[in-house]
Ligand binder design. Structure first.
Ligand code: WTA
Length: 635
């Protein structure tokens, strides 16, 4: 897009300053994009070449068993050899890997040397517990340094990790441990959130009653509050790390390129969360490449991704991506507005953060306190900003750009998913930006907006977002359910071989993509991905509830908020008191992130003749809109 085109249409476009263009890693998107499409495998081979391999691959892409694509087959690789081991062999040994601040204000820093030492020690501890290649270790922790250390220690040994977000509660955790069949769980006694202690170990203890496969639970002491430890199952992390067996050197396991690195559960249309499987090599190449090009990481950067490692953003762009690139990462344990709404801005100033990657909810949540809070701080170190998780409304975009970025920092609005492993639609620092658009495809991607039959839609028309070609960071399958993987993502456009993202979007005349939102029963609450079905089954598990339907409605800060419609069992009646009780029940089952905004008690739910709840009707009614075509409604 050229400047001249824009003045004509009066569109709001932000062009990069000459200084940004001059220093940019990629100055010409079009040329490199074209190359990456014309010779996709060569592009991904060149990128893979930038990492260390025990043995190089035989084949870049094996597509003989679609949609179960394989990348870098024959290659021998371990992500830890690249994220940690290779850095300690260079001057980076003395570079800061991690700068951490706890919510109460305590701090810790790790050089790459120290990170390697802790990872080795914890890996030897896990090894002594019998942890090995092929098993899945569940990690349930607050945002403390031991969380990435635990992830890396598992990966070093070749065990896959399954990080469950610390904001989830008993039933959500138990379901995920059961599905992963974990023998070992790593947790902490608790964490801090808004000055309060979250009793994680208590939640784990309850969850383990329903997860009998767990033989070992290792607990990090964070808060020091009293927790129940069962003698033969439970171990304190610090006890184990103090044992002579916890040595500072530990072999990094040689893995096949396609061996699983982690599974990460995400929500879909049914109540059972999907454990998406990501691999060592393809995922590493993708995380490193996308981060390098989009955030243009430089040796002197201090990079802060505010996401929790319990979500994919934390996996790819807090832990693995930046460590693969040998960067200095920032990590913060607690709430953005604790004890005051300047907490984030204060830390950006204090640590000299140069790149901030966060969510629209994070921005909106702090924006409402007014610009006097960031204005108190010197944010001049910042040079790039990022946004992820949900569409960013132009008002929040402009505030972020002007107040936080001082008008000089481009915003990388990155569209991607747990399934994609990394950025898919994203600007580069040189890309002219339109507030609210994630702009254009990343290298190697061909993206289209199509109708239900796969016909490409004209400019401006809303339709299904599809990815036409495979990429190294793509999820390989759903743990234990390859059929569901096929059904969910590949079935609808099987003939064409396209990946269906589950989002609706449109494309404008400049080839910019505008993502509108999910087309399935997934809602994004504060950028957190939740399934209506999982929330409904949590509601129905309450003894007074007969049936429930859940929808997402627009919310000023959270993007979307949870609205529940409940039919009570015979003889029960709805009241404010019961609504509160149900909310507490939801906190316990799923976690406070799934707490409903409102619960309405109804006598009937709108259903189709085949018995499917018509959430569309509930939504329209709640928004005071026309309910549309209801010819399939039961009555
Ligand atoms: C939404 C998070 C608009 C989208 C990385 C997607 C976005 C879902 C953006 C995946 C963005 C993510 N603009 N929408 N920049 N980024 N989404 O798996 O609906 O938690 O399908 O991955 O978030 O959510 P997930």
């Amino acid at each position: 897009m050229k400047k001249e085109d824009v003045t004509e249409t009066q569109e709001e476009v932000f062009f990069p300053s000459p200084e940004i263009v001059e220093k940019a890693l990629v100055k010409d998107y079009e040329t490199l994009y074209r190359k990456s499409i014309e010779n996709r495998e060569q592009f991904w081979a060149d990128e893979a070449d930038k990492l260390d391999w025990f043995r190089k691959w035989d084949k870049v892409l094996d597509d003989s068993n679609k949609p179960f694509y394989q990348w870098y087959t024959g290659g021998k690789f371990n992500i830890v050899a690249n994220a940690v081991d290779r850095h300690v062999k260079t001057w980076r040994r003395n570079k800061l890997a991690l700068v951490w601040e706890g919510e109460p204000g305590d701090t810790k820093t790790y050089s790459y040397h120290a990170l390697n030492r802790e990872v080795c020690k914890f890996a030897t501890v896990l090894k002594s517990m019998g942890v090995k290649k092929g098993e899945i270790v569940t990690i349930y922790m607050p945002q403390i340094p031991e969380l990435p250390i635990a992830m890396l220690a598992c990966a070093k040994l070749g065990a896959a990790h399954s990080v469950v977000y610390g904001g989830f509660s008993v039933e959500a955790l138990a379901t995920r441990i059961r599905d992963a069949n974990s023998r070992v769980v790593i947790t902490a006694d608790g964490g801090y959130r808004r000055g309060k202690v979250v009793d994680l170990k208590g939640i784990v203890n309850e969850a383990l009653i329903g997860a009998p496969t767990v033989e070992v639970c290792i607990t990090i002491r964070r808060t020091g509050h009293a927790v129940a430890m069962e003698s033969d199952r439970d171990f304190w992390f610090h006890d184990l790390m103090g044992l002579p067996i916890a040595t500072t050197s530990c072999e990094t396991e040689v893995m096949d390129a396609e061996d699983p690195l982690f599974i990460l559960y995400t929500s879909g249309t049914t109540g059972q969360p999907k454990g998406l499987v990501h691999t060592h090599a393809g995922y590493a190449v993708y995380a490193a490449t996308t981060l390098q090009y989009v955030f243009d990481l430089r040796e002197e950067d201090r990079y802060w991704c505010t996401a929790d490692p319990g979500w994919i953003t934390g996996h790819s762009y807090l832990v693995y991506g930046p460590l693969l690139l040998g960067s200095t990462i920032m990590m913060y344990e607690g709430a953005p507005n604790h004890p005051y709404p300047n907490r984030w801005w204060q830390m950006i100033e204090k640590y000299g953060v140069t790149i901030l990657y966060t969510s629209p909810t994070g921005i909106r949540g702090l924006m409402r306190f007014g610009e006097q809070w960031p204005k108190r701080h010197n944010l001049s170190w910042l040079r790039l900003l990022g946004s992820v998780g949900e569409p960013i409304n132009p008002e929040a975009w402009r505030w972020y750009h002007r107040v936080i970025g001082g008008g000089r920092c481009p915003i990388m609005d990155t569209w991607w998913q747990t399934e994609t492993g990394g950025f898919v639609i994203t600007p580069l620092p040189i890309t002219p930006l339109k507030p609210g658009s994630a702009t254009r495809p990343f290298f190697g991607h061909e993206i289209a907006i199509v109708d239900d039959d796969g016909k490409e839609l004209p400019v401006g028309q809303e339709g299904n977002l599809v990815l036409k070609a495979p990429w190294p960071g793509m999820a390989r399958t759903i743990h234990g359910d390859p059929d569901r993987f096929k059904q969910t993502y590949w079935r609808q456009y099987e003939k064409q071989g396209w990946y269906k993202a589950g989002d609706s979007a449109r494309k404008d005349k400049d080839g910019y993509f505008w993502v509108i939102g999910r087309t399935d029963d997934v809602i994004k609450v504060s950028g957190h991905r939740l399934g209506t079905a999982e929330i409904e089954s949590a509601l129905v598990s309450h003894p007074d509830v007969a049936e429930a339907a859940v929808i997402g409605l627009p919310h000023e800060v959270k993007g979307q908020a949870i609205y529940c419609f409940v039919i009570l069992k015979h003889g029960k009646s709805g009241s404010k008191e019961l609504e509160d009780k149900l909310k507490i029940h939801m906190d316990h089952q799923l976690g406070a992130i799934a707490r409903p905004e409102k619960i309405d008690f109804l006598d009937t739910l709108p259903k189709t003749r085949s018995g499917k709840i018509m959430r569309r009707v509930l939504k329209a009614r709640a928004l005071g809109q026309d309910v549309g075509d209801i010819s399939t409604l039961e009555e």
